[in-house]
Write a new protein. Structure first.
Lengths: 150, 425
């Protein structure tokens, strides 16, 4: 059975993506729920400025040439995820059977289809991301304690 | 004094305050007057928010449009097939792409324009006109009155991966293979048919990796028709026999080629073949007549093909003139045979002492492009692009044309001003 990708009844929302070079790393294994990451500002020219800890990043607002859809997988059943499985089964050569062996593979496929149909997986388009803030430049350090007299 | 943000290692939950923001702006040596009024504090999601079931899917303009219209998309693929994504019209290959950058997904994030009460400045006009710059600066002084607002935004999740889609051609081969298993050759032979291998429209649409519209096209290509609730293709000889009987009615009733009557045709074949087979074939082989309302005409290319297929049985070869004569004679008066109708069934080989037509059925060739190329060049040494096209076409994608495939898998040479393709080795 095909796995449906539905659009939510109210239409997809518009979400944003903030792209950072590298990763946000947490020093210890502490629980990060609700923890503060950083402040996002815009200057009067619309340039985004992100301050994370001691670092300041200057970025750019960019329209995504190819927007993203945020898909949410419905948890109706515990089963393998089709998207994840797609990478494991790159082996599409199964159908490359010549007429002799063809029948067997087709049969297997049909049975495989039936197995799959028991699993009710569904995706919903939660939102579309058509713009992002991209921070490509190296973070610059913020030095706080410069003596006024210098 | 250290920078404030370090203090958030405190055990209780740290909440960003406007005062913190003011201090950090000062430390960062940002001019607060040059910033828009809203600061957005980014935070990690709460414990109760589940985001590991989210995926990012890159869209092209067609997919975006479909989603905006509220259309449903379908992932399709059997256990051993690479998954494809289908809209109602198109089919896409889906591939996971890993990136080293982090993509932070932030619902409700405000972009620059939404954080400013006045329109954003464009960087160029600022430099171009000093007096304008001044006046704008003046106005920002006034805006100091507007207090800075602090809003909290949750980063729902961080992605290092997204799925990208590439439009591909519909994958019909499975449709052909499944239909092949239960070729219909008359009611008397139905006892040989494995009932489990009969499929209806929806079953096939669900498993074949193509969109709904492409599926309809595919059914036409394979000349599939509905019989007893299942989609079937006919055994060639049987199909030829029925079509031939149908064509016979043209001269029998002295119809012009474009005034074929549907109900009379179906009636005339009553008792010879089941009605749904005849009506199905009729609808596949005819188009509405331009000249006479409610009448039909047979499509020459389809008629010529099934006739040629009947003559050109697998493994056979004919002298060119002989074949063309036999073929022409088997066609109803007024239709003419053309070599191009043989596309995918047979080839014209003029290399030998006697130019000949030989059978070469596309559907019998290997499905792997390397093996197929080998077979093709074994069958015939040199090919023109047009000759190869029907046999290579199934490997093309919107971005990979036949000539690009040939550039990769064959060697080209020019003889007498004509470009030929020969085996690489």
């Amino acid at each position: 059975m095909p796995i449906l990708v539905k659009t939510s009844s109210s239409g997809p929302g518009e979400w944003a993506i903030i792209e950072l070079q590298g990763d946000l790393e947490v020093r210890s294994n502490q629980d990060m729920h609700d923890q503060f990451i950083g402040d996002l500002y815009y200057n009067k020219y619309g340039q985004p400025i992100l301050i994370i800890g001691h670092h300041i990043l200057q970025g750019r607002e960019q329209k995504l040439e190819k927007p993203f859809a945020v898909l949410e997988k419905s948890k109706t059943n515990e089963g393998q995820r089709l998207l994840d499985a797609s990478q494991a089964t790159l082996d599409a050569s199964c159908l490359n059977a010549t007429s002799g062996g063809g029948e067997r593979t087709v049969l297997d496929q049909t049975i495989a289809q039936e197995h799959k149909s028991r699993q009710r997986t569904e995706y919903t388009v939660r939102a579309i991301c058509s713009k992002k803030l991209i921070f490509k430049s190296r973070p610059k350090p913020i030095i706080a304690n410069v003596a006024k007299s210098v | 004094m250290e920078v404030e943000v370090d203090e958030n290692n405190a055990p209780e939950l740290y909440v960003r305050t406007p005062e913190d923001v003011r201090i950090i702006v000062k430390h960062a040596k940002l001019d607060e007057r040059q910033l828009t009024q809203v600061t957005q504090a980014l935070v990690y999601p709460s414990a109760n928010i589940v985001a590991d079931n989210l995926r990012l899917l890159e869209l092209d303009s067609h997919m975006l449009e479909q989603i905006r219209e509220g259309q449903t998309l379908h992932f399709k693929g059997g256990l051993h097939e690479k998954v494809v994504l289908c809209t109602d019209e198109k089919t896409y290959d889906v591939k996971g792409a890993e990136i080293s950058n982090s993509l932070l997904l932030v619902p409700d994030l405000k972009f620059a324009a939404a954080t400013s009460t006045s329109p954003l400045k464009s960087p160029r006009s600022g430099n171009a006109n000093a007096s304008l710059e001044r006046s704008l600066n003046d106005s920002t002084e006034d805006e100091l009155e507007v207090p800075r607002t602090l809003e909290q935004r949750q980063v729902l999740t961080v992605f290092h991966e997204y799925y990208e889609c590439r439009e591909i051609r519909p994958r019909y081969r499975k449709l052909g293979e499944l239909l092949q298993l239960t070729r219909y050759s008359g009611p008397e032979n139905e006892y040989c048919i494995e009932k489990k291998l009969l499929f209806n429209f929806q079953q096939l649409l669900d498993t074949v990796q193509c969109s709904r519209l492409q599926f309809m096209d595919g059914l036409r290509q394979y000349r599939a028709l509905e019989f007893d609730g299942h989609l079937r293709v006919l055994e060639y000889e049987y199909e030829y026999r029925i079509v031939n009987l149908m064509l016979g009615l043209i001269s029998e009733n002295s119809w012009a080629l474009d005034e074929v009557d549907r109900s009379e045709t179906i009636q005339a074949l009553d008792g010879i073949a089941p009605e749904s087979i005849v009506s199905g074939l009729f609808d596949i082989y005819t188009v509405s007549s331009d000249r006479c309302p409610d009448k039909y005409s047979y499509q020459e290319s389809l008629v010529a093909r099934i006739v040629a297929q009947n003559i050109l049985q697998p493994g056979l070869r004919f002298r060119n003139e002989e074949f063309m004569r036999t073929w022409q004679e088997a066609l109803p008066e007024g239709m003419s045979c053309q070599l191009e109708y043989l596309s995918g069934i047979g080839i014209y080989d003029k290399e030998g002492a006697q130019p000949c037509i030989r059978s070469l059925a596309e559907e019998q060739l290997p499905t792997n492009i390397n093996d197929r190329m080998r077979t093709l060049f074994k069958t015939k040494r040199k090919w023109t692009l047009e000759e190869m096209e029907p046999y290579i076409d199934c490997f093309t994608t919107p971005t990979l044309s036949v000539s690009m495939l040939l550039a990769k898998y064959a060697r080209s040479l020019t003889e007498g001003g004509i470009r030929y393709y020969v085996s690489k080795h």
